[in-house]
Design a protein around this ligand. Structure first.
Ligand code: GRF
Length: 210
C-alpha cells in the first residue's frame, strides 16, 4: 500500500500532531508523516516529532527580511518533503500566497470553533464571550482568507456554565484530535473532491484530489 506523505505544521504543544503520529505508527494507516515544520524553535510540538524520529524544520518569520521571503522559504522547506497533504495543526501563522499557489487544495487546517462563526486566533474565547451554548471544531481546506476555506468536517461540543477558555478548549481538542486523525486517514485512503464550497471525502483518487 502506498501511504500518503503528510507534512504537519505546528506552533505550540502539538497534541493534534501527537494524535497523528500515534495513528501513523500503525502500519495499516493510510498516511505517514514525512516532516514536521514550525515557525519557532523550542516548542513541544517539535520535541514530539523528534521523539518519534520524524525530520523537523523551523522557518521563523524573524529570520527573513519580510513576510514574502518567509513565505517562499516555508514553501521550499515543505516542498522538499514532497507531501500530498499538508496539515496545519495549531500553526499560528497565515500561510502566504506563494505557499498556497504551490499546495492549493491540499492544505488542511483545524480550528477550535464551528466556522464560519468565530474565525481567527481566539475562536474559543470569542465563542465563550458571545454566549453560545454549542461550539466545537472545524477542519477545512485553506484558502487565501482567515479560516474561510471549504469545510471538510466539524464536531460539536456543548458549553458548560462554569467553562473557562481553558476548560472549553481542552474538551474541544479531544474532539479535534479525533476528527483530524479520521479525516486525514479518510482523505489519504479515499481521496477527495471539491465541488464549490463542498468537500467530498471519498470521491477522489486515493491519496489525492480527483
Ligand atoms: C488547536 O485547538 C488548534 O485548532 C488551535 O490551537 C490548538 C493547537 O493545539 N489553532 P495543539 O498544539 O495541537 O495541542
Amino acid at each position: 500500500m502506498q501511504r500518503t506523505p503528510v507534512v504537519v505544521l505546528v506552533s505550540g504543544g502539538g497534541t493534534n500532531l501527537q494524535a497523528l503520529i500515534e495513528a501513523a505508527s500503525d502500519p495499516a494507516c493510510g498516511f505517514r508523516i514525512v516532516g514536521v515544520g514550525a515557525d519557532r524553535h523550542g516548542i513541544e510540538g517539535l520535541r514530539r516529532a523528534e521523539g518519534a524520529g520524524i525530520p523537523t524544520f523551523v522557518v521563523a518569520v524573524g529570520d527573513h527580511p519580510d513576510r514574502e521571503a518567509w513565505d517562499v522559504a516555508l514553501t521550499e522547506a515543505v516542498a522538499g518533503f514532497e507531501p500530498e497533504l499538508v496539515v496545519s495543526a495549531g500553526f499560528m501563522k497565515i500561510l502566504g500566497e506563494h505557499f498556497l499557489a504551490r499546495f492549493s487544495g491540499r492544505v488542511v487546517n483545524t480550528h477550535p470553533a464551528l466556522l464560519p462563526s468565530f474565525p481567527g486566533a481566539h475562536g474559543v474565547r470569542d465563542a465563550l464571550a458571545h454566549g453560545v451554548r454549542v461550539t466545537g471544531c472545524t477542519a477545512h481546506l485553506v484558502d487565501g482568507g482567515v479560516d474561510t476555506g471549504p469545510i471538510i468536517d466539524q464536531r460539536a461540543v456543548l458549553v458548560r456554565e462554569d467553562d473557562t477558555e481553558d476548560t472549553l478548549h481542552e474538551r474541544i481538542k479531544v474532539e479535534e484530535r479525533e476528527m483530524l486523525v479520521d479525516l486525514v486517514e479518510a482523505m489519504s485512503a479515499h481521496g477527495w473532491r471539491v465541488d464549490g464550497r463542498v468537500v467530498r471525502v471519498g470521491a477522489g483518487s486515493p491519496g489525492g484530489r480527483a
